[in-house]
Design a protein around this ligand. Structure first.
Ligand code: IMP
Length: 431
């Protein structure tokens, strides 16, 4: 059996969707292991833009079984509309192609409400969440008052659990958030209906994966968000509410960590971030605006403009170390064509002191001033390049410079948004 884990190495939005789509062509199963409809993968296939939030992009390939694993949180309306959209597009999304873990948790309407109202209450201290109820769903899971996808199939279990949960949540909603509590009957009926619609897809996905591992299949694990948004290792509290690291793939899929072999980190050739929190290389000037414009840097889930800046090598080296990334995919290098010079942060200066390593303390990070190295840019459009040798010398030098400092090999260079616009160095399933 061979496995590849694909993770974002920055603050999300590194272009993982296109990469998952590519490697899914070589996989027997694609497993999404964390997050929920906060993620947004944009794919461009035959010139058509497809945005997916929950279902692994592998569903657009013919072969792989696509799985939402235990630690994914599922908002049924989003999932059902995604299934509908894929069916309309002629995609085979039969239960033999798509499975949902019975252990995954359900994002309920009150989670979404709590997410919104909390952000309003926090005012200036808000996290800048996607508003999809992600934090409150994981919070209820850890507090053992969550509803699992498998519960939707058992009316008696669901009734008993929802009664206890609503009692607790409605108290909070009414007394702390000062909002109208949720009526039991409506939530219960809706949840049962979702259960009926999703029933054919619900399964013990850990067992399915165990059997696939024993049959020597190729399994692709797909992370959402990025390492810098990890609940432990990210810029806490400005993080998402799950572990985005590859180690979390084994925990979520219910497979041995020994199954995880090749950890591929995806990094954009510059940096973006959505939501609040420190971002040392952020550029609040026309260079940042140009990166946003050329890179189409607007959130796929919320439409928010992304904060843009030069590549932060301090953060990228940290993500590689923290997550145990073993090889690198660089994306969106084509967006840098035309910039006369390209800067890369190699260290920070914080209160007069040089930091070569990423600080864990965000109050320190807010003071970080990047120390840049400047590399010469290139003018040529590089979208058609099919090998590293075809790149202009300065573009090739930029790639080599990053790879050398990252200290891990390059697997792939993405030079455009379309399916074919990539230069492959090697196949990670065969590594
Ligand atoms: P939440 O995951 O909606 O709770 O949001 C927490 C933080 O993670 C916010 O800063 C979001 O903007 C960020 N975030 C969540 N999902 C993504 C994503 O897919 N890409 C980039 N940022 C994300």
């Amino acid at each position: 059996m061979s496995s590849v884990v694909i993770v974002g190495s920055q603050w999300g939005d590194e272009g993982k969707g296109k990469m998952v789509d590519y490697y899914a062509g070589l996989a027997d199963a694609v497993v999404r292991y964390q997050g929920g409809s906060n993620a947004g993968h944009t794919l461009v296939i035959d010139g058509k833009k497809i945005v997916m939030h929950l279902i692994p992009a592998g569903i657009l390939r013919e072969k792989p079984l696509c799985i939402l694993a235990d630690n994914v949180v599922i908002e049924p309306n989003t999932l059902l509309s995604e299934i509908g959209m894929l069916k309309d597009a002629g995609c085979n999304i039969s239960p033999s192609r798509f499975k949902i873990s019975a252990r995954a948790h359900v994002t309920m309407p009150y989670h979404i409400m709590v997410d919104h109202l909390r952000e309003i209450k926090r005012a200036r201290a808000k996290i800048g969440t996607t508003g999809r109820g992600i934090g409150p769903t994981y919070e209820d899971k850890a507090a053992r008052r969550g509803i699992r996808v498998g519960d939707l199939l058992h009316p008696e279990v669901l009734k008993e659990r929802l009664e206890i949960i609503l009692d607790d949540r409605n108290y909070y909603i009414k007394n702390y958030l000062e909002e109208t509590p949720f009526a039991f009957d409506k939530l219960f009926d809706e949840a049962l209906k979702f259960g009926e619609q999703l029933a054919p897809y619900i399964d013990d996905t850990s067992l399915l994966l165990w059997n696939m591992c024993r049959e020597n299949k190729n399994i692709l694990f797909e992370g959402a968000q990025g390492i810098m948004l990890d609940l432990n290792g990210g810029t806490y509290p400005y993080v998402t509410s799950s572990n985005t690291t590859p180690a979390a793939a084994a925990v979520s899929a219910g497979v041995s960590p020994a199954f995880l072999k090749n950890i591929v980190g995806v990094a954009k050739a510059y940096t973006t971030r959505v939501g609040e929190g420190p971002m040392p290389t952020e550029l609040n000037c026309e260079v940042g605006d140009l990166l946003r414009f050329q890179g189409g840097e607007y959130g796929a889930t919320t439409g928010r403009p992304r904060r843009c800046g030069w590549l932060d090598m301090v953060a990228l080296r940290y993500a590689i170390r923290y997550a145990g990334i073993t090889s690198l995919i660089l994306t969106k290098i084509d967006i840098l064509s035309g910039f006369p010079e390209i800067k890369v942060a190699v260290a920070y200066e914080i209160n007069g002191k040089r930091y070569d390593e990423f600080p864990y303390d965000i109050s320190v990070l807010y003071e970080a001033k990047p120390i840049y190295e400047i590399l010469p840019g290139w003018k040529e459009d590089i979208k058609g390049a099919s090998s590293l040798d075809e790149l202009p010398e300065n573009a090739r030098n930029y790639v080599n410079w990053i790879v050398e400092r990252a200290g891990i090999p390059l697997v792939m260079l993405s030079v455009g948004a379309q399916r074919g616009e990539s230069i492959e160095a090697y196949n990670p399933f065969k590594a």
